[in-house]
Design a protein around this ligand. Structure first.
Ligand SMILES: NC(=O)c1ccc[n+]([C@@H]2O[C@H](COP(=O)([O-])OP(=O)(O)OC[C@H]3O[C@@H](n4cnc5c(N)ncnc54)[C@H](OP(=O)(O)O)[C@@H]3O)[C@@H](O)[C@H]2O)c1
Length: 434
């Protein structure tokens, strides 16, 4: 029996890094896609901002427009691919496409983290697809596993290295002892970091991805404003050396974790530099690679690893979604994302975790006892301690047992008041293998 052939016309909003790679991949794979799926995919419109830019893409110049509405509204476009980024005008354009009954594939984490719920609802109402595998961790299939394979799994925690730029910087600082500014400069030279690196190094890019992952994993409404964020700009090569000596590395983790406070379920969603035991699989994720570690009651531990960005890897994820959406058109069906319930987001003050704490103190007898007493008074107990003599002062390094964040922060404030404390150094949350 020969496979029924169906022609699907697509329109692209944007033809930059991802759009160009997508067109190359699509034309390279066109025959193979037709043979495997019966889909004949044609590009019928592409919108860009600047029509005069020269573009090395395998499509005719006449298909380009600088009016993105023409892509969305064209009767010759069945599926809209949004790879232009930003919230406006992408939000309005995607909404319009969905209202017109067109499936949409997007790589736009920023938009979905802020307005995902309204767009998912529009897709549901129109009975079309809104697919976004490329929005989180580029080429790594994590959205589809969360939407489909793991939809019945009682997930307890997800931790991800979802920003390649910061992972590259931390790897350079750790392996080569480079200061932060030098590692950032190298990342910019190699094209891993933008000229304005704020969104990456301050953790906002990872926070958008954390919100999307948390919504899907826990079926709750989470937006980027619910995510507690700390970046990596304060981390020093010395911190990384200390971490290593204590059997840990430092990674910028996006974490979404289920909590149960007095029978009430809540979610803590956060992005911050974390000390990760060297024996944990996430500790081996180096350079600009990404990984997402999923912990579930039934499934146990799973790790998804690969290239989190770059034109070609991201285009691969977009193409997978495009074929999926096109197959659904062929079958007259669509993928449902289901309904997100409202879920309590717990403040970071309610978090219970272990901490790494560095304190510089006067080098005289009785100092350690005073510091330990203050920690104890605030319900923070010490798991391990190291002491190092400096010139006229000493450095104390603690790893604590699990403590409540609000207690720990109160302990830090109290330590800062002690006369023998010269300064509070690095403070990091420590991820346990538990
Ligand atoms: N690059 C990656 O590695 C990567 C990875 C994962 C996800 N993503 C996501 O993929 C999306 C695209 O990223 P990219 O790196 O391909 O971006 P990019 O290289 O900057 O390309 C953006 C494209 O959109 C067009 N465009 C931008 N604003 C526009 C506007 N207001 N009106 C009309 N056209 C507009 C630009 O036109 P001109 O060409 O004329 O300037 C360009 O063709 C973003 O949401 C990004 O977060 C990217």
């Amino acid at each position: 029996m020969s496979m029924e052939q169906v022609n699907v016309n697509i329109g692209l909003l944007g033809c930059g890094t991802v759009g160009t790679s997508l067109l190359e991949l699509l034309y390279e794979q066109r025959e193979a896609i037709l043979q495997r799926t019966g889909l004949e995919i044609d590009v019928t419109k592409v919108s860009v901002r600047d029509l005069s830019k020269s573009r090395n893409v395998p499509i005719e110049q006449s298909l380009f427009t600088d009016d993105p509405k023409q892509v969305v509204e064209s009767a010759e476009v069945d599926v809209v691919i949004e790879v232009m980024g930003g919230i406006d005008p992408s939000r309005e354009l995607i909404s319009k496409a969905l209202e017109l009954g067109k499936s949409v594939v997007t790589a736009n984490k920023e938009l979905l983290a802020a307005h995902g719920e309204e767009l998912y609802a529009l897709a549901e109402q129109s009975g079309v697809d809104l697919l976004f595998e490329a929005a989180v961790a580029g080429a790594i299939p994590i959205i589809r596993p969360l939407r489909e394979s793991l939809v019945g799994e009682p997930i307890t925690r997800i931790m991800g290295i979802v920003n390649g730029t910061t992972n590259f910087i931390l790897t350079k600082m750790s392996d080569e002892g480079m200061p932060y500014a030098e590692a950032l400069e190298e990342a910019q030279k190699l094209g891993y970091a933008e000229s304005d690196p704020t969104a990456d190094v301050e953790g906002h890019d990872a926070a958008a991805k954390a919100a999307i992952i948390a919504s899907l994993a826990f079926g709750g409404r989470v937006s980027s404003s619910d995510v507690y964020v700390e970046g990596i700009t304060e981390i020093t090569p010395e911190d990384l050396q200390f971490a290593h000596r204590l059997g840990h590395c430092i990674k910028l983790l996006a974490i979404a974790e289920k909590q149960d406070s007095n029978g009430e379920e809540s979610l803590c969603v956060r992005v911050h530099p974390s000390m990760v035991p060297l024996s944990h699989p996430l500790a081996n994720v180096q350079e600009s690679f990404n990984a997402i570690f999923v912990e579930g009651d039934s499934v146990g531990d799973l790790m998804f690893y690969g290239r989190g960005a770059g034109g070609q890897p991201t285009a691969s994820a977009v193409l997978g979604d495009l074929i999926d959406a096109s197959c659904n058109i062929k079958r007259s069906s669509s993928a449902s994302i289901g309904e997100f319930r409202s879920i309590r987001i717990s403040p970071v003050a309610d978090l219970e975790t272990r901490y790494f704490l560095e304190v510089e103190v006067d080098d005289r007898p009785g100092v350690l006892a005073q510091v330990a007493a203050v920690l104890g008074e605030h319900n923070v107990s010490i798991q391990s301690m190291e002491q190092e003599g400096l010139e006229s002062e000493a450095r104390l390094i603690f790893i604590t047992h699990k403590a409540l964040e609000s207690d720990f922060q109160a302990a830090i404030d109290a330590l800062d008041e002690l006369q023998i404390v010269r300064s509070i150094g690095t403070v990091l949350r420590v991820i346990g293998i538990d």
